[in-house]
Ligand binder design. Sequence first.
Ligand code: CU
Length: 165
Amino acid sequence: MVRPIHIFAALVVFSAVPLGVTAPPTMQAIAHEGADDDDYAAGEPGDAKKPFRVLEVTISEKDGAMTFSPPEVDVKLGEQIKFVIRNAGALKHEFHLASVQQNASHLIEMRKNPEMVHDDPNVQTIEPGKEAEMLWRFSKPGEFEFACLIPGHYEAGMHGKVVVK
Ligand SMILES: [Cu+2]
């Protein structure tokens, strides 16, 4: 009876360490390397009190390919989009909204740390059969990318384009 309580207590103490303040450098590297904290390439987190357009994105897996549908989205500069991302596949997937460059460098980080946990407004993890939402304001013009960076998925086709103009 005593031992499990001790293990539980140890876990609580460990997880209570505030990330980003006193966490050892190795933990910070795993959580944040490859992503800027406040400066998002594709714009900024949206404001639910302001108007937005709902855009459904479906993730599917078939014949070894993994895809986002639609693969391309056109947005007006300054527009808010609420992505409703539906995972119709059998595996867990992610939706990283960033620049092609940022996603490419994060892809390399995720190969080193496949179990990386994300807590950023421009990233959603979607379990099989579930939906996730992301409200985003496209305040910068250009071409951006939404991608799944779980090892092997990007390569199987899990990336799409957002054109903002
Ligand atoms: Cu995926």
